[in-house]
Design a protein around this ligand. Structure first.
Ligand code: NDP
Ligand code: HSE
Length: 448
């Protein structure tokens, strides 16, 4: 049997994920050596502060603040610093020196992916990133390898653990967004700046990565439509529950044909949406993630598991490490990313979906007919209408209304599928109409 030399592994970062990666790498050394066919030697861990407390006990002599020197001696570099700089410079330095790179850094991949993949291809190195989307869940390798012979048409997923945790706590425990976010941060789910989670940037980065991979097309982060969950209120969560729905932050990537122009392309978008409580995504609780993939030949596939957390994410990182190490043993260049399809990325206006529109309306005869006509004129077809009991002006909670003002009622309108562009234009018309006091909320309905 051929004896291979030890492969030298440099770790950048020892936070929530990095510390767990180091601990597992050290404690499972013999087993990993047997799986790879060569030893994996952790040659050092680059951090900002070598004396900072760590979540697990690690040998102090491995720590350094000199990431650049550490990289120079490595066969494989694991980047778990996060953010753009210095991660980008260090990853490029590693790839240019011929080292393979494993990263969980979705922000970096979504913004500089093409540059990094080009650098890897030029030297025949490999850049692996299973942990960058949905943490522990194997989703990158299935899209990259297992489905390489199929055509992926649609991906619908919960890909941010923090926001799923928050929305779940608001639904099941009545927590406020702020208190649920504090708990998610304590548990190590949230990004260093949790705005990335709650404003949907993290999920948008993951959508860009998934769409690029699934559609063999570079999908820039700027072309991903994004809405976060900060505008979601307790009232909306309660109303969703009462109506048999739950609110989830969804990432949707799909092949699309614009209903008006006939242009074919792809769409990647992130927004909070209503899904039926019967839908499998409704039972994704806590920081778990789930990703549905619809492929032409394979049909519907579902991937489910831990979408955040140090040790869970470390599992995916170590999987990539073993894969990169095996390539070193076997030899040959790393597999390049395929972006040959070059499909146009369509604007969110081309998307067709269903909506739930809540309106405060004047409670008078003929109002419903007027609203139905305005929707129909705008190309938005009504599927369901629910009207709450009318409220007399002086009984409206929190409002001071003239005594002679007409009573108002709440109308909750469920629509059939309509183009986003038609919906947006129609809502403007509704908002300006004499019979509508206010547009209380608009939520998309997905997953049917
Ligand atoms: P943390 O913020 O917990 O850890 C970051 C680590 O990087 C720290 O050890 C820090 O050092 C080190 N670091 C920061 N700046 C530098 C620098 N300039 N030079 C050297 N080291 C530096 O991040 P996480 O572990 O949570 O996340 C790591 C990556 O994994 C990110 O890209 C994140 O998006 C991704 N990810 C995280 C998941 C999670 O559940 N946490 C899940 C999936 C992906 P020090 O400790 O000394 O401050
Ligand atoms: N902050 C991210 C999340 C970590 O909550 O999903 C995993 O990528």
């Amino acid at each position: 049997m051929i004896e291979y030399r030890n492969l030298r592994v440099a770790l950048l970062g020892a936070g929530s994920v990095g510390a767990q990666v180091a601990s597992l790498l050290l404690s499972q050394k013999d087993e990993l050596t047997a799986r790879v066919g060569a030893g994996l030697e952790l040659i050092g861990i680059a951090v900002r502060d070598v004396d900072a407390p760590r979540s697990v006990e690690l040998p102090q002599h491995l720590f350094t603040t000199d990431a650049e020197s550490l990289i120079l001696g490595a066969d494989i570099v694991i980047e778990l610093i996060g953010g753009i700089e210095p991660a980008r410079t260090l990853v490029l330095q590693a790839l240019n020196s011929g080292a393979d790179v494993v990263t969980a850094n979705k922000a970096l991949l979504a913004t500089h992916g093409p540059e990094l993949f080009r650098a890897a291809e030029q030297v025949g190195a490999q850049l692996d990133y299973e942990a960058a989307v949905a943490a522990a869940i194997p989703i990158i390798r299935p899209l990259h390898d297992s489905l390489a012979g199929d055509r992926v048409d649609r991906i619908l997923g919960i890909v941010n653990g923090t926001t799923n945790f928050i929305l779940d706590r608001m639904d099941t425990h009545g927590d406020t967004l702020e208190s649920a976010l504090a708990t998610a941060t304590e548990l190590g789910y949230a990004e260093a700046d949790p705005t990335a989670d709650i404003e949907g940037y993290d999920a948008a980065q993951k959508a860009a990565i998934l769409a690029s991979l699934a559609f063999h097309t570079t999908v820039p982060i700027e072309s991903v439509y994004r809405e976060g969950i900060t505008s979601i209120t307790k009232e909306q969560v309660d109303a969703a529950r009462a109506g048999g729905y739950v609110i989830k932050l969804l990432a949707i990537c799909e092949r699309l044909t614009d209903a008006t122009t006939g242009e074919k392309g792809v769409s990647a978008r992130v927004y909070p949406a209503l899904i039926s409580r019967e839908h499998p995504l409704a039972s994704v609780h806590g920081a778990h993630n789930a990703v549905f993939v619809q492929a032409a030949a394979a049909g519907d596939l579902m991937f489910y598991g831990a979408g955040a957390g140090g040790v869970q994410t470390a599992s995916a990182v170590l999987g990539d490490l073993v894969s990169a190490a095996r390539r070193h043993v076997v030899g040959g260049p790393g597999v390049a990313e395929s972006t040959h399809s070059k499909l146009p990325v369509l604007d969110v206006g081309s998307v067709t979906t269903r909506y739930q529109i809540s309106l405060q309306v004047v409670d008078q005869p003929g109002v419903l007919a007027t609203i139905a006509r305005l929707l129909s004129d705008g190309g938005v077809s009504v599927e369901t209408v629910q009207q709450s009991v009318a409220t007399a002006p002086d009984e409206t909670p929190g409002h001071t209304v003239a005594a002679d003002a007409p009573p108002t009622a709440t109308l909750v309108i469920g629509t059939h599928a309509a183009p986003e562009s038609a919906l947006a234009a129609t809502v403007k018309v509704l908002a300006a109409s004499d019979v509508v006091s206010s547009v209380a909320s608009i939520l998309r309905v997905e997953g049917s």
